[in-house]
Design a protein around this ligand. Structure first.
Ligand code: ADP
Ligand code: MG
Length: 618
């Protein structure tokens, strides 16, 4: 699939799948009783209100001519009671339905988020994160009104409509027919705009999504933006995206606005017909129609069109909501490509042998990154991957944790294919420190404890000591309880690395993966760290991608990765003796170092280990 960007609209669904509305029903159904109560309440209120025109008709036609003051008073008091009852019913409706609406939204939002937590890296690789956010937040919120008041209002209004027609028929059947003639006209308007309206709202949601994607990207990239003084260009891009969103919204809402005035116009036309015909029929010699009936009838006409207006509004918001619903269910339905096989078993306690057997892998179809990679890593040994940037080192280690599925071949741990075991049992036995160390908002203690909530404070501190993070953490304002922001903007890059290093270690993993774990850490700290690590790496199989010679040199096996394969493998000495690609890289660095007056590193003694080997600057 082509990857989406902020300036790319997402694909539009051609026709709405009505089953989506049924699915929504599943979210609504727990509140059936509550909704039914509200509906009964509202219907009883509107039935009572419906009597008011009849009261007035009696006043006009009976009590006034008969000068019956008692009758007038009784009817007035009844009218007052009806008004009070509708007021109370309305208050209950608002209270109950806003809670119901929010509960439904909460359930939907939770489902999306839970699903997002399971979706594989590839899902996140394929689209801007802002486009995911907009679904969880904005789209779901936009459904709030539809789900709470929309459903109840529609049912109440439909019932009201039948009530009113009943009362109108009770007053005068012929006039009722005149009034009903307006409905086919309205249906015509709806048929005419429906398709365009749906499309317009889909486009609007796409533009909103693009805009959010750009906002999210800009916030994440603000440091780069400002250092390259790109503010004006970015404002221009934002202006365009926001302008497109505005235009799309205006266009979509234009269709919504068509319906209201159409209802009004049709109601005015039919009402005038009712007046003209009603007066004529009233003046006819054998007339049965009285002034009171005509007045009562015309007041029903007003009430007849009011629910139709609300139904039209509901229809509008339904069409708007459908464009959001599609996206929401699309996210919930997104297949979890990396998931437990049906017959997945628990990974037994890992001993630590890792084997790649003819592994091929590509992120995007047709663009192969790893081509038939095979190697076996023995239990308890340290393996280093080196090679130019973009060679596939991080990709290889990502496959060990099964962050992606291999295209073909197998990744085996202790002889078990990792696709046959549960992901939880696999990953919980591994310590992974990724290339970009992420810090979550919270205390430093929380951050280290992230993957092992049972760890005691002492264990956290021990892990921090091992990776030489203890000193700088203790010097911070509140030590381990210092609050850090999302992405750890209060910390230096090296400090962030040390914290995520400690986090990876805390799980006491049998397999440890360190992707550029020390790239931002000063040489001195690194030597210290190496000492602590040597102790720690004992008994664990570790995979290390590193810039520096010290870490690479001591590995039991170094694999030189390039062009989708393992070009060379062996110990540091063996590879140097082989005079291949590793040797070349090493020597180019060596020349540079000796010219700078650095120690002779080729001899491979301990002190030379600290010299940075910048493989990745090529
Ligand atoms: N998420 C991704 N989607 C598509 N291509 C990717 C992704 N991550 C890495 N690549 C590509 O795969 C290749 C190997 O990347 P990587 O394993 O990260 O290299 P490195 O050896 O620098 O760690 C690169 O060409 C990179 O462009
Ligand atoms: Mg990498």
């Amino acid at each position: 699939m082509a990857r989406n960007r902020y300036d790319m609209d997402e694909v539009l669904e051609d026709s709405f799948d009505i089953s989506q509305l049924k699915r929504l029903g599943a979210y609504v159904s727990p509140y059936k009783t509550k909704m039914a109560t509200v509906i009964v309440l509202m219907l009883s209120a509107s039935a009572a209100t419906m009597l008011v025109p009849i009261f007035f008709q009696r006043i006009m036609d009976i009590y006034i001519p008969e000068k019956d003051m008692r009758g007038i008073l009784t009817v007035s008091l009844l009218t007052l009671a009806v008004a009070a009852y509708s007021g109370i019913a309305m208050r209950f409706k608002i209270k109950i339905m806003s809670t119901v609406g929010q509960n439904i939204i909460h359930a939907l939002r939770t489902d999306i988020f839970n699903h997002l937590q399971e979706l594989p890296f590839s899902y996140y690789d394929d689209r801007p994160h802002g486009k995911i956010q907009v679904r969880v937040v904005n789209y779901v919120n936009s459904l709030s009104d539809l789900l709470s008041n929309g459903i109840v209002n529609t049912i109440t209004d439909l019932c009201n409509l039948f009530f009113i027609i009943f009362f109108m028929l009770f007053c005068d059947a012929k006039l009722t027919l005149v009034c009903l003639c307006g409905l086919p006209l309205l249906a015509l308007v709806i048929v005419f705009i429906k398709k365009k309206q749906r499309k317009a709202w889909q486009i609007q949601s796409n533009k909103q999504s693009n805009l959010t994607a750009y906002i999210a990207e800009s916030i994440n990239g603000i440091r780069v933006t400002q250092s390259f003084v790109r503010e004006n260009e970015n404002n221009q891009i934002f202006n365009n995206l926001s302008g497109n969103y505005k235009k799309a919204w205006m266009r979509a809402v234009k269709f919504n606005f068509t319906l209201g005035p159409s209802v009004d116009m049709i109601s005015v036309i039919t009402t005038s017909f009712v007046y003209v015909l009603g007066i004529r029929w009233m003046l006819a010699p054998d007339a049965t129609l009285t002034v009171g009936v005509l007045i009562a009838f015309t007041s029903y006409i007003g009430r007849f069109w009011a629910p139709i207006n609300t139904l039209a509004n509901f229809y509008n918001s339904l069409l708007t909501a459908i464009s959001y619903l599609e996206r929401i269910f699309e996210t919930i339905d997104e297949p979890v490509l990396v998931k437990d096989a049906e017959d997945a078993v628990e990974m037994p306690p890992i001993r630590g042998e890792v084997e790649f057997r003819d592994v091929c892998f590509s992120y995007e179809a047709g663009h192969r990154i790893l081509d038939n990679i095979s190697f076996t890593a023995k239990q308890g040994q340290t393996y280093a991957f080196v090679g130019p940037t973009g060679a596939g080192k991080s990709t290889i280690v990502n496959l060990i944790s099964r962050f992606y599925n291999v295209d073909s071949g197998q990744v085996l741990i202790d002889g078990t294919d990792i696709s046959a075991v549960t992901i939880r049992s696999l990953r919980s036995q591994m310590g992974v420190m990724m290339q970009d160390s992420f810090i979550f908002s919270g205390t430093i203690m929380d951050n280290i404890r992230y993957g092992n909530l049972d760890a005691t404070d002492e264990q956290v501190i021990q892990a921090a000591r091992t990776v030489c993070a203890h000193d700088f953490i203790s010097q911070m304002e509140h030590g381990y309880y210092t609050e850090v922001n999302e992405r750890g903007s209060r910390l230096s890059a090296g400090q962030r690395q040390l914290i995520s290093f400690a986090r990876a270690l805390l799980a006491d993993p049998k397999i440890l993966i360190l992707d550029e774990a020390t790239s931002s850490i000063d040489t001195e700290t690194e030597i210290l760290l190496q000492k602590g690590l040597n102790e720690l790496l004992k008994g664990r199989t570790s995979f290390i991608i590193a810039h520096r010679l010290s870490t690479i040199k001591n590995a039991d096996c170094i694999m030189y990765i390039d062009k989708g394969g393992i070009l060379e493998r062996g110990t540091h000495e063996e590879l140097l003796a082989g005079k291949g690609a590793y040797y070349e890289l090493y020597m180019s660095q060596y020349d540079f170092l000796t010219k700078d007056g650095a120690e002779d590193t080729a001899a491979g003694d301990g002190a030379a280990g600290s010299v940075p080997l910048r493989f990745e600057t090529a």
